[in-house]
Design a protein around this ligand. Sequence first.
Ligand code: CA
Ligand code: CA
Length: 228
Amino acid sequence: MRRVIRTALLSLLAAAACHAPTSAAAATIYFNDFESGLDGFVLDNGTNGLWHLTGNVPFSGATTLGYVTGETSPSAILNGNFMTGGPGSPTANAGTAYSPAVLLPSSSQITVSFRSIVRTEHFDDYDNLRAMVNTAQTLAGATLLGSTATNTIIEGTTYNLHSFDLSAFSGQSIYLAFNFDTGDAIENDYAGIRLDDVMVTAETVPEPASLLLIGAGLLVGVRRFRRS
Ligand SMILES: [Ca+2]
Ligand SMILES: [Ca+2]
């Protein structure tokens, strides 16, 4: 019996040493459906940005992050606009919603996804929503993941699911940033942005070194058992 156990453990160690194939699993690293408030999100609305939590057409639950004003909340009917400055003196507006720091594991496949409604003026860089990632909570030096200007964030009156690769930031602590900028004061009478269910997932596989440690631990345990 002991020989069988010892042989099995040695086989396990040998397999680990040979980088035996192990199955990958997608682990959720971060999730925010805005049902517990901002839950660590920071809203930088500058002088006249409009990011806030709203019950106007959430994707999940009762709340979503919106870039809009004058909307009905709660409501399942998309309304409101992002006009600022008042009648006769309209202004451009912009704001950024930052996630809290998210520590990414070492993984070759890390993905951020979110649901969004983008109901804006569809004209090049105007009314542009950008999804960014950075190792600091700032737009300076941030990497663009996707935008409405590049058509990687789809505009529409219902929620679309978007996902972007974060693998380049493997092992780092990152912040997500969602920046909306009208660019000018024209054509801002649209229902704006809704953003919900922000999620980061990573494919994780046990490291061969971890398997070796587990195998070594088992061997020690068996030896102690034999001595007792
Ligand atoms: Ca929600
Ligand atoms: Ca506009």
